[in-house]
Design a protein around this ligand. Structure first.
Ligand code: FE2
Ligand code: FE2
Length: 334
């Protein structure tokens, strides 16, 4: 799962030494020619920071995003659903791992990223700060949140930074399974009893707006977009991607017999687009700033997991040290 890069002020903006114009021109020419930038290549300091921030936010979103779904693991309605959900959540953990590794190639350590997350300073997608109140939420999340992730991440497979682009290829394949398992849950619920259909509608009502906010602020308010486009970190604007998502999703909701909770949603014959009503950006900012319904819970669950896992990490490190010492003794004896 993922969001567009979140708008955040770069605290070091404007503080960089002037870049070497020759190196900078060579870098931009490589980007323009669609060549990948690799970890040991020269890159502008701001490019490096932008990617460190974006990839870390992406990784945090994958990791925190496991919690709303983990909430339903023990209450899945069947063994089959439980196995599917478990596999899906494990995929998200894997996405976090690939992404932290990709960010590390830019010179930031995993420990540093983790401590930023645990201190509450790092941002992650606002969608994961909402509660999951009924089983159909597992369907709505897969269908809409992972669906939005695919829209965002397919273009990232062509991101100019090699390790990030390559990580996205496998992630996208897995997101596609996540989206389908979610839609399948929605389909079963929508075809079920009136109560089950009402649960599916309720899940859609609560998930719709946060999922379209995942594409980030309107282009007119998106401070990093232009530079990220020039660096080919980003290929499409927030509004473009949001529009594609809405166009793809409205017919899917119709097929389910569910109603998108937007009374202003209308089809524009001329453009062929489904036009959305106004988005509540105050809610988006509030949740992103740490004041959503579950921000505190998500962070404290993560902090608790890290603290409770400390003895496991210590034991693993002690075991690894013993194995290494034994191997060294054997070598000496030989
Ligand atoms: Fe996913
Ligand atoms: Fe994911």
């Amino acid at each position: 799962m993922y969001t567009q890069a979140l708008n955040e002020k770069d605290p070091n903006a404007g503080k960089d030494k002037a870049e070497d114009p020759v190196l900078e021109a060579r870098f931009q020419a490589r980007v323009d020619e669609e060549m990948r930038i690799e970890p040991n290549d020269w890159m502008p300091a701001a490019y490096r920071r932008t990617l460190q921030r974006q990839i870390a936010q992406h990784a945090h979103s994958e990791v925190i995003g496991m919690q709303p779904e983990g909430n339903w693991l023990t209450r899945s309605p069947s063994l089959k659903r439980k196995a599917i959900l478990l596999a899906k959540i494990q995929d998200e953990a894997g996405h976090g791992l690939y992404l932290y590794s990709a960010a590390e190639t830019l010179g930031i350590s995993r420990e540093e990223m983790e401590s930023q997350l645990l201190s509450g300073k790092a941002r992650y997608s606002s969608i994961f700060n909402y509660p999951t109140l009924n089983w159909a939420d597992m369907g709505a999340i897969g269908w809409l949140v992972d669906g939005a992730a695919i829209m965002n991440q397919i273009p990232l497979c062509r991101c100019s930074y090699g390790p990030y682009a390559r990580a996205m290829v496998r992630v996208c394949k897995e997101e596609s399974f996540h989206q389908r398992q979610g839609y399948d849950i929605m389909m079963q619920m929508a075809k079920g009893t009136p109560e089950q259909k009402a649960m599916a509608q309720d899940a859609l009502n609560r998930t719709w707006w946060p999922s379209i906010m995942m594409f980030g602020p309107h282009d007119s308010d998106s401070s990093h977009s232009e530079q990220s486009m020039a660096w080919k970190i980003k290929r499409f604007s927030n509004d473009d991607l949001r529009q594609r998502f809405i166009n793809a999703t409205v017919p899917q909701a119709e097929y389910l017999g569910l109603t998108i909770p937007d009374p202003d949603l209308k089809f524009n014959e001329e453009t062929g687009n489904w036009e959305s009503g106004p988005i509540d950006w105050d809610e988006f900012k509030r949740v992103l700033a740490g004041n959503g319904p579950c921000n505190h819970q998500r962070l404290s669950t993560r902090q608790k997991a890290v603290a409770e896992g400390e003895w496991v990490r210590d034991a693993a490190a002690a075991h690894a040290a013993k194995v290494a010492a034994r191997a060294a003794n054997k070598e000496e004896a030989a």
